[in-house]
Design a protein around this ligand. Structure first.
Ligand code: DQA
Length: 144
């Protein structure tokens, strides 16, 4: 049985493809999921890609990752990255390694995006490579 990597996506990422494409690119979340599924197969892993606009769902899924023994979590918490102490605490509460992912590079954007409650608790961060950020993060999982 291949080990599972959770790929958790937060608010507004369901609109990828049409949402500010000059910042986030033209790939949809389904496109990204397809790319990750193909690469995961080659790495003898399985990805479980989810999206929610609700903070508590992300907290519950982080707990679930540990409960099912997931190998790792790739987490793009969207705007909750910059606001959510609950998600920060959930990352700290589990032993499952969490890799923070962003399509854009928040550090080159508005100041309110420079603080990351996710990054402060995560194993590492991949940001700024568009959809490829997820792929780079998946490659990092096998090196953990
Ligand atoms: C994002 C960056 C966040 O600042 C923003 O709120 C998002 C997307 C990214 O992937 O670049 O929703 O997480």
């Amino acid at each position: 049985m291949p080990e599972t990597v959770f790929v958790l996506n937060g608010p507004n990422l369901n609109l990828l493809g049409t949402r500010e494409p000059e910042i986030y690119g033209s790939a949809t979340l389904d496109d990204i999921a397809g790319i990750l599924e193909d690469r995961a197969r080659e790495l003898h892993l399985e990805v479980d890609v989810r999206q929610s606009n609700h903070e508590g769902h992300l907290v519950d899924w982080l707990h679930e990752a540990q409960a099912i023994g997931a190998r790792a979590v790739l987490l793009n918490a969207g705007a909750y990255t910059h606001t959510s102490v609950a998600i920060h605490d959930a990352i700290k509460a589990i032993r499952t390694p969490v890799i923070e992912v962003h399509l854009s590079n928040p550090h080159t954007r508005e100041e309110f995006r420079h603080q990351s409650y996710v990054g402060m608790a995560a194993k590492g961060t991949v940001a700024g490579f568009g959809a490829a950020s997820y792929l780079v993060a998946l490659e990092a999982v096998i090196r953990l």
